[in-house]
Design a protein around this ligand. Structure first.
Ligand SMILES: [Zn+2]
Length: 380
């Protein structure tokens, strides 16, 4: 029987097999796992739960967000953030990489027991708008610093930014030490960047917005062009942690080029969000074969029905039944902790760390798999 010993401050003292039972020994029929790291969320969109239609594709999804985002009163939006942050913590999430466009989540993050790193999302397709956008994000960054939450500006994606703004934002994020970028989330994004056509191209043109420059090698290699130029200027590879989010429509060539260029590279996958918007899933097997370091995210409640790492794992288990539960739990915990550079505290039951303890119940022990009734709950 597995055994985990914590001190009164929940710091791991020992891990091994149970030798003798004491008065304080608690028994759990299931799996104990180090606290989860949700590596991609937009907690400030929590009020959009149940409000968007599924399977609309990326252009339809963006249209719905723009229509619905501000329809809810601020106090209701904030109470949804609080509720979901509490729920994430209770379900075992110890840390989260979260995207913000405004300051509505900052005080909740500041008082949460869950660690968060906040990516202040920058986007804007018109080069002349760059100074104004940069100024707004600078103010938001200042506000986040006043709340003493970790964070900094980061790009939204290659397809929603002018090259000038994208370059400036990448530079700034690399300086901060962390960068998160939505990558190859939809086929529409690839169609837009590789050929300048498709639903996103039409959507932007229809709104009088510029399309990004065409790059026949796709969004990721376009993004890598900026990283390469910065590396050459500084004569070294970036030492920042770089997170590529979604990767639903990535390909072998893109993965190879990114892996060559970036040392601390992480691939966040959010399967339930991809199914919600596009009825698609990322090429998980290809990523594994290429040795990509995978992390798990829930994305937001605008494109998911629940913020639950265990439900993301159940979904992966359904579509990729050959991947072991142990491997997926390492994506959900250790890899995310490494991305956040929190490996000295989180991500494993190593003596001296305080990763939090998640209890997962209703395990199919014969096959070492989750069942549909498996839940995760924080026990420390
Ligand atoms: Zn996102």
């Amino acid at each position: 029987m597995g055994y985990l010993c914590l001190n009164t401050e929940n710091i791991v003292v020992e891990i091994g097999s149970l030798k003798e039972e004491t008065e304080s020994t608690e028994f759990y029929d299931g799996i104990l796992c180090p606290g989860f790291v949700n590596s991609h969320c937009h907690i400030e969109l929590s009020h959009l739960k149940g409000k968007l239609s599924q399977n609309t594709g990326m252009a339809g999804f963006i249209r719905q967000i723009n229509q619905l985002r501000d329809r809810t009163e601020k106090n209701e939006r904030v109470s949804c953030i609080q509720k979901e942050m509490d729920q994430l913590y209770c379900s075992g999430v110890s840390a989260m990489a979260d995207i913000s466009n405004c300051d509505e989540s900052f005080d909740i993050k500041a008082s949460s027991l869950m660690y968060t790193r906040t990516f202040l999302e920058v986007f804007g397709s018109e080069p002349e708008d760059s100074p104004l956008i940069t100024e707004k994000v600078k103010k938001l960054n200042l506000a986040s610093k006043q709340w003493r939450i970790d964070g900094g500006p980061s790009p939204h994606s290659c397809y929603t930014m002018s090259p000038r703004l994208l370059n400036a934002t990448i530079e700034e994020a690399l300086k901060e030490g962390w960068l998160s970028n939505h990558n190859q989330e939809s086929w529409e994004e690839e169609e837009l960047i590789r050929f300048g056509r498709g639903p996103l191209a039409d959507e932007f043109r229809g709104r009088g917005l510029s399309n990004p420059p065409i790059n026949s090698k796709g969004a990721l290699q376009y993004f890598l062009g900026f990283i390469r130029a910065i590396s050459e200027k500084e004569e070294k590879k970036p030492d920042a942690s770089i997170l590529l989010v979604h990767n639903t429509f990535t390909d072998a060539e893109s993965i190879d080029r990114a892996s060559e260029l970036i040392e601390n590279l992480y691939w966040a996958i959010c399967p339930l969000s991809n199914l919600f918007i596009h009825s698609a899933l990322p090429p998980v097997e290809l990523l594994r074969r290429k040795g990509a370091v995978i992390t798990l995210g829930t994305d937001s409640l605008s494109s998911n029905t629940t913020l639950s790492i265990i439900e993301e794992i159940k979904t992966l288990q359904r579509y990729f039944p050959w991947i072991t539960l142990e491997e997926m739990l390492s994506w959900a915990s250790r890899n995310g902790a490494n991305f956040l550079k929190k490996e000295s505290e989180l991500g494993s039951f190593t003596p001296g760390k305080n990763p939090g303890v998640v209890y997962i119940d209703n395990i199919d022990y014969n096959n070492m798999k989750l069942t549909k009734d498996s839940h995760s709950v924080r026990v420390a």
